[in-house]
Design a protein around this ligand. Structure first.
Ligand SMILES: Cc1cn([C@H]2C[C@H](O)[C@@H](COP(=O)(O)OP(=O)(O)O[C@H]3O[C@H](C)C(=O)[C@H](O)[C@H]3O)O2)c(=O)[nH]c1=O
Length: 194
């Protein structure tokens, strides 16, 4: 595997390196020691999958408050998707930075999303399946989100490749992002964890 830094500090594009032969190919998708050497958690706690019927389906933007240490390795298991990260960690050098990677099932690459970084994706073809591997169990009480088209993010240049064909009610109704309020909640969550 190759680990390529993304503009969001700590995020990586994890590129599979298939070994091909007459039968097809073989590729390692996760390795405790290789991940540890790349500075990523060397253990996994949960894996999940989402099944998305229509091209243009949008899920996100989701993140977790401190003290969550939940990072996500996101992979496209079928189809293609536009995978987007937005750094919502006020103490990060890349706070407010967003970036996106196209994940295609045929390439078998993945994206590592560090804890506290908002994640969303939009499917680019019908019947796209997304697999998640998390290094900590899901903690719903720390999970939160903002709208994919929040004006504050649009002002940062955040955009999506297709018109949204399908989006869940919760993802339509997240509160507006306010940077001061976000910073305050983040600091309070960090204090509460101490
Ligand atoms: C994440 C998660 C969810 N759930 C339950 C909670 C809901 O009842 C149901 C669907 O959850 P949610 O609507 O959050 O699923 P998505 O909207 O697909 O969110 C996912 O896609 C976005 C882009 C992400 O980055 C999130 O990490 C990931 O949760 O599964 C669980 O039981 N365990 C879990 O780990």
């Amino acid at each position: 595997m190759k680990f390529v830094d993304l503009p969001v500090v700590g995020a990586k594009h994890v590129q599979a390196e298939p070994v091909r032969d007459e039968r097809g190919a073989f590729a390692r998708l996760w390795c405790r020691d290789e991940f540890a050497r790349a500075g990523l958690p060397g253990e996994l706690a949960q894996t999940s999958a989402s099944f998305n019927t229509l091209a243009g389906t949008l899920r996100g933007l989701h993140f977790t408050w401190p003290p969550s240490g939940e990072g996500k390795l996101v992979r496209c298991a079928r189809g293609r998707l536009h995978d987007l990260l937005l750094d919502l960690r006020p103490d990060s050098p890349s706070f407010g930075v967003h970036c996106a990677v196209v994940l295609d099932a045929d390439e078998r690459h993945a994206v590592w999303i560090p804890p506290g970084v908002a994640h969303g994706f939009q499917t680019l073809v019908d019947a796209t399946e997304v697999h998640y591997s998390m290094n900590e169990p899901y903690r719903p009480e720390l999970a939160d989100g903002y709208r994919h088209d929040d004006p504050a993010f649009v002002a940062l240049g955040l955009a999506w490749p297709l018109p949204v064909s399908c989006i869940g009610a919760r993802d339509r109704e997240w509160p507006a992002f306010d940077v001061q309020r976000h910073r305050q909640r983040w600091a309070a969550a960090q204090q509460g964890a101490r």
